[in-house]
Design a protein around this ligand. Structure first.
Ligand SMILES: [Fe+2]
Ligand SMILES: [Fe+2]
Length: 247
């Protein structure tokens, strides 16, 4: 029994591809085939794969369905988190999605799922991504205050969802926890955040996040160990479509 994770598949079996880099970057060429081959090679039916959001370019569930079907036919148990591009899944639709894909896909929000003695917890998360103002040396000298205030609202809401997930695991008696986010836990201005503080408060062992793709963004957030917790980026292009083996 093994646990794997990856994020940002950005599938488009049922929708129009709008991201030009996905058409032009060789890393993204037939990435859905590369990823499926890696999964067939690595995953056994008893394994678990956590997919950390941005599953589909579909603008609604009917456009996203072929992408969810593709994920459902991969080996192992599949647990999905919301990403910012997952238009098929607004927060009120989690129960409907879980009923519709019962036994095939698990949509994680305000809850947790067991993996052996561990609880798999998480939420979409959020982080401030600018606009930033730069000087001639490309150093950050300021940022849009309104955008930052708006980001803080979303961060508070997502931190509450994370707290609910962690509490649910705690109440069920899980002392060992792994945390998954779509967004990185910190923005480029921060060394810690409400998400890292929650990870510490609930004795989380490892934190995995996605969303940062394209080489320029691979080092936007925490990598390695902070206050005893391991942090790891697992976006698909960063991993070159090979799911990251956690255990
Ligand atoms: Fe993404
Ligand atoms: Fe994203």
């Amino acid at each position: 029994m093994s646990l794997y994770a990856i994020g940002d598949l950005h599938l488009h079996f049922g929708s129009v591809l709008k991201a030009t880099h996905q058409r032009t970057d060789p890393l993204w060429k037939h990435h859905e085939q590369k990823f499926r081959l890696q999964c067939m090679r690595l995953l056994q039916p008893q394994d678990t794969l956590v997919l950390c959001g941005d599953h589909s370019w579909g603008r609604n569930l009917s456009e996203a369905e072929p992408d969810l079907e593709y994920i459902a036919t991969l080996p192992g148990r599949k647990i999905l988190l919301r990403g910012n591009h997952d238009m098929f899944w607004d927060s009120s639709k989690t129960q409907m999605l879980n009923e519709r894909y019962q036994g095939r896909l698990f949509f994680l929000q305000n809850s947790f799922l067991p993996y052996g003695e561990y609880a798999i917890t998480g939420t979409k998360g959020f982080t401030f991504e600018g606009p930033f103002y730069l000087d001639q040396h490309r150093r950050i000298i300021g940022w849009d205050q309104d955008a930052e205030a708006h980001a803080q609202k979303i961060i508070r809401r997502e931190a509450e969802r994370l707290r609910i997930s962690l509490d649910a695991a705690q109440k069920a008696g899980y002392t060992k926890k792994i945390m998954f986010l779509h967004y990185p836990p910190t923005c480029i201005l921060e060394h810690e955040s409400i998400f890292t503080r929650l990870a510490e408060a609930y004795s989380v062992e490892k934190v995995f996040y996605a969303h940062c793709h394209g080489a320029a963004r691979f080092h936007d957030s925490i990598e390695g160990t902070l206050h005893g917790i391991e942090y790891q980026l697992i976006s698909g292009d960063y991993l070159k479509w090979q799911p990251w083996k956690i255990f």
